[in-house]
Design a protein around this ligand. Structure first.
Ligand SMILES: Nc1nc2c(ncn2[C@@H]2O[C@H](COP(=O)(O)OP(=O)(O)O)[C@@H](O)[C@H]2O)c(=O)[nH]1
Ligand SMILES: [Mg+2]
Ligand SMILES: [Zn+2]
Length: 320
């Protein structure tokens, strides 16, 4: 008889799994055939064979088919590394302090979110530090609403923080996450680990930047790990510096920018690159004082940036 469990942490040979029957954590090894790269990742559901004799090892016999998985594209080595599986929602975490808010990075995550077919929530964290001088949260939220993405205004260091600009805060996020598995993504230092602590209502203490500053400022989360938040499962993932989309084709890219695509059809020029010097181009005629125009132009800008990267790599170099 096997026991169903979920992978919480994985190293080369050993896997921490949580048994579904009694929620106990056990360490297991895996059948050799399952030890190939990316065969077992955080979030996977597995079948465990109990130790025949007490004190012996649990063994993973089978990985249950994944509902979905997320990966990291590594253009230099032309590889995709699977990070985690069976995810219901991506929490794209941004900060109103340091590191600075990067709109382009959010748009990149939203492209991935589309590609993986996993919805995203955008979290504006460190809002206790927000004074409106660096960026305009209200505008960013409107932009996300236009893309049908929900956003939340929180302070991971203070669960009592009440949103001042947006309609949804910590409490709404907590409720929306119930019953789900969420992975937190975003730059290093935006507060992912801290937010997990707060969402676990203090039950789980993760090392966050501060605790570890003595340690040459090296950041703390090095592996994806799943955390039982009681009401939901949360996956902490290491901050990534760049979010490469170079594995996408232009066609795949434009699918994630359907809003830009829609407006591009209004441009009367057949092969317009919608650059600033193109007189008569639809985008150049937009009034930058109008909110909707600002939204479209900001999306066009994101699109162009990613497009550059996508076009740089010839198709033959891309893996299927
Ligand atoms: N002021 C403020 N600081 C925060 C907030 N959230 C996180 N921090 C701090 O930001 C630093 C990085 O947080 P951490 O959780 O390690 O970020 P991670 O790299 O995304 O996991 C730590 O020093 C946290 O205490 C917040 O909402 N407000
Ligand atoms: Mg962290
Ligand atoms: Zn044009």
């Amino acid at each position: 008889m096997t026991i169903r469990a979920r992978i919480f942490r994985s190293s080369k040979r050993h896997f921490d799994c949580q048994r579904s029957d009694n929620k106990e954590l056990v360490t297991a090894t895996a059948l050799a055939t399952l030890l190939k790269e990316d065969h077992i990742v955080v979030g996977d559901w597995v079948e465990l064979i109990p130790p025949p004799v007490q004190g012996q090892e649990w063994v993973i016999e089978k990985v249950i088919e994944r509902k979905n998985f997320i990966f990291r594209n590594m253009p230099r080595v032309q590889k995709k590394n699977v990070i985690a599986s069976n995810i219901d929602v991506l929490l794209v975490v941004t900060s109103a302090g340091t590191p600075a808010y990067k709109r382009g990075l959010i748009d990149r995550y939203l492209v991935r979110s589309d590609y993986w077919n996993i919805p995203s929530y955008v979290i504006f964290n460190k809002m206790d530090l927000y004074d409106g001088s660096e960026f305009d949260v209200a505008f960013e939220a409107e932009r996300l609403k236009w893309l049908d993405v929900e956003c939340f205004e929180v302070s991971a260091t203070n669960g009592e923080y009440k949103p001042r600009v947006l309609s949804q805060g910590f409490h709404e996020l907590f409720e929306k996450l119930k019953g789900k598995t969420a992975i937190l993504v975003g730059q290093s230092g935006v507060g992912k680990s801290r937010l997990i602590t707060e969402l676990s209502l203090g039950k789980i203490q993760l090392l966050s930047g501060e605790t570890n500053r003595a340690n040459k400022g090296s950041h703390t989360t090095t592996w994806a790990e799943l955390i039982d938040g009681e009401h939901f499962a949360l996956i902490d993932s290491p901050g990534i510096r760049s979010m490469s989309l170079s594995d996408l084709t232009k066609e795949e890219l434009i699918q994630s920018f359907s809003d830009v695509q829609e407006f591009a059809t209004k441009c009367k020029f057949v092969s317009c690159n919608h650059e600033e010097n193109n007189k008569g181009c639809f985008f150049q005629k937009l009034d930058p004082e109008v909110k909707e125009s600002q939204l479209i132009l900001s999306r066009l800008d994101s699109y162009k940036r990613v497009l550059e990267e996508v076009s740089d790599i010839p198709d033959w170099q891309k893996k299927p």
